[in-house]
Design a protein around this ligand. Structure first.
Ligand code: SF4
Ligand code: SF4
Ligand code: SF4
Ligand code: FES
Length: 322
């Protein structure tokens, strides 16, 4: 069968979707609720294309071609439709991609990751992250007003993490060898989309104050999936900086739980794409309807879930701890 993709005639098989056909022809169409080889139902509307014959937008992941069909994959109208779909997903997504302290550091130190390693007791890695951005003998912190501490979310709960003191403490641990690796210093990109969490409610502050037991008192704001999140990548590609409808969620911040030793489920980052629901047997399920709908995993179903489900999840809702 012949169809036209952005004006170019292309041979396609009738049993492949428009998304697959367009991708084979080189079109760059994003998708979130679709994964090759996995069961899916269209929900995200990020893969929209336009049928040039009737002007209708359609989800390419669940549309099959017909003879002579003319598909527009990249016009401004199509891009704006995808952008709207992503902004709607983000409007119910209350999470941080990067830790605010990392974004604020003028010297490019990945403070969030350094504190993660520090709290895990992995001091060699914490020092290596530090050494990759700073000289350990001439710390830029000495002449710095500490914007990282000013934006620290812990400060809105009780008192900010003593970031400058921890940097000094790590720098002084001369008996722990640090390896300066450029890739550790350059992971954060100002060009990438960053979802922002917003304010904590009084109840949330009380919960966080009680529940955070880390040595540094860090809330570990950054998302585990920040370097491999499809939602973030698509938002970046569509040049979304401040989503039109804000970012909020009924789900509490960091109410994450371990399903296996490494697999973590964090509901506030779930976009309810359904991939984990349709691709686990007696595992994840939907609860409720409409905007309040949630994806849940009853405790008795934990054993039906394997860690490879994280690779299907297009966000940081299901991720593997590293
Ligand atoms: S799930 Fe993706 S978009 Fe959301 S906070 Fe994590 S990295 Fe950012
Ligand atoms: S709580 Fe931790 S990760 Fe979050 S801003 Fe403060 S120091 Fe950074
Ligand atoms: S946990 Fe991930 S895969 Fe499951 S519905 Fe939410 S976003 Fe989709
Ligand atoms: S990828 Fe097509 S609707 Fe989600």
């Amino acid at each position: 069968m012949n169809i036209y993709i952005d004006g170019k005639q292309t041979k396609v098989a009738p049993d492949e979707t428009v998304l697959e056909a367009c991708r084979k022809a080189g079109a760059d169409i994003p998708s979130m609720c679709f994964a090759p080889g996995a069961e899916h139902k269209p929900s995200c509307m990020v893969c929209m294309v336009r049928n040039e014959d009737n002007g209708q937008m359609m989800p390419s992941c669940s549309t099959y071609p017909s003879e002579g069909m003319k598909i527009d994959t990249c016009s401004e109208e199509v891009q704006q439709t995808r952008k709207l779909a992503v902004e709607l997903l983000l409007s119910d997504h209350r999470a941080d991609c990067e830790a605010p302290c990392t974004i604020a550091c003028p010297s490019g130190l990945d403070i969030g990751e350094m504190l993660c390693q520090y709290d895990k007791g992995n001091l060699k890695m914490a020092r290596s992250i530090l050494a990759s951005a700073f000289s350990l003998t001439e710390l830029p912190c000495d002449g710095c007003k500490g914007p990282c501490e000013k934006v620290c979310r812990r400060g809105t709960v009780d008192a900010h993490v003593q970031i400058k003191a921890i940097v000094k403490e790590l720098a002084a641990m001369e008996d722990i060898p640090a390896e300066a690796k450029p890739e550790l210093a350059s992971r954060f990109s100002k060009e990438a989309f960053s979802s922002r969490l917003g304010m904590f409610s009084a109840a949330e502050k009380a919960r966080l104050k009680e529940s955070v037991t880390t040595k540094s008192t860090c809330l570990h704001c950054a998302c585990l999936a920040k370097d491999g999140c499809t939602l973030r990548d698509v938002a970046t590609a569509l040049k979304i900086k401040t989503p039109r409808f804000g970012v909020s969620s009924l789900q509490p911040f960091k109410a994450a739980r371990n399903i296996t030793e490494s697999l973590v489920y964090e509901p506030s980052k779930c976009i309810r794409c359904g991939l984990c629901v349709y691709n686990t047997k007696d595992g994840f399920t939907f609860r409720g309807r409409g905007f309040g709908m949630q994806v849940i995993l009853p405790e008795e179903s934990y054993s039906n879930v394997t860690e490879d489900i994280a690779s299907l999840c297009p966000t940081g809702a299901l991720s593997l701890e590293h």
